[in-house]
Design a protein around this ligand. Structure first.
Ligand code: AP5
Ligand code: MG
Ligand code: ZN
Length: 214
């Protein structure tokens, strides 16, 4: 099963993608997580990406496309994968379509997690992320057991630099301008499915599982 998660910043792509990856036993590929891991490891890619991410802007397509095409060529992606945060522009979508076409393959589903901008701003200000292991929490919806400490690895959880309210507004603008056109792109490909992302997490997950089947 080859799935794309679409949706604005904070729509819940990552939350749902992790649950889907677990249920179906396929790798969860988040370009945002890959960039953050590179940032933390101090790689050239990480240094380049940081400049864009901290401003709420997209990392240039040429840095992103090759990375994903390379990742989905690895052995663990043989039975499928779930892309979270990629593609985010029409050129990225075309690059993905072309790379798969070369192998006689194509994506199965593009799931649009639909959440209005107003809800997003409230969610993001409550999100806390562990920069060590990638786990995410929400101060109200999914609190850590011990305040400020990751349940999974014991490191501190923090407000991501790009979750500051001004940066979230910029990310929403960028989403509407550059990513939203993908809804039409995947509608034309006949694989777009939309779920109401304002429901509680388990209800969103249930709706996605119902779309995908067992
Ligand atoms: P990325 O990490 O992908 O950020 P994003 O798309 O802005 O999305 P988020 O991770 O912030 O949100 P999400 O939808 O995963 O929501 P989550 O599940 O965490 O990208 C970061 C940056 O990297 C980009 O800005 C860009 O610079 C760069 N980048 C990445 N990919 C790129 C690409 N392809 N091209 C170019 N640049 C790229 O949920 C959010 C919060 O809401 C959490 O606190 C969660 O607990 C809570 N929540 C989730 N679901 C629910 C629910 N149903 N009800 C209530 N609360 C909920
Ligand atoms: Mg995410
Ligand atoms: Zn952790």
């Amino acid at each position: 099963m080859k799935i794309i998660m679409l949706g604005g910043p904070g729509a819940g792509k990552g939350t749902q993608a992790k649950m889907i990856a677990d249920k179906y036993g396929i790798p969860h590929i988040s370009t945002g997580d890959i960039f953050r891991a590179n940032l933390k490891a101090g790689t050239e890619l990480g240094k380049k990406a940081k400049v864009y991410m901290d401003q709420g802007l997209l990392v240039p397509d040429e840095l992103t496309c090759d990375l994903v095409v390379d990742r989905i060529s690895q052995a663990d992606c043989g039975d499928g994968f779930i892309l979270d945060g990629f593609p985010r522009t029409i050129p990225q979508a075309e690059c993905l379509t072309d790379a798969l076409k070369k192998r006689g393959d194509s994506m199965d589903y593009a799931i649009n997690v639909d959440v209005p901008d107003e809800n997003i701003i409230a969610r993001m200000s409550g999100r806390r992320a562990c920069l060590n292991c990638g786990a995410t929490y929400h101060i109200v919806n999914i609190p850590t057991k011990v305040e400020g400490i990751c349940d999974r690895c014991g490191s501190p959880v923090v407000l991501r630099a790009d979750d500051e309210p001004e940066t979230v507004k910029k990310r929403l603008d960028v989403y509407h301008e550059q990513t939203q056109p993908l809804i039409e792109y995947y509608t034309e490909q006949g694989i777009l499915k939309t779920v109401d992302g304002t429901q509680p997490m388990d209800a969103v997950f249930g709706a996605i599982v119902a779309l995908l089947g067992e």
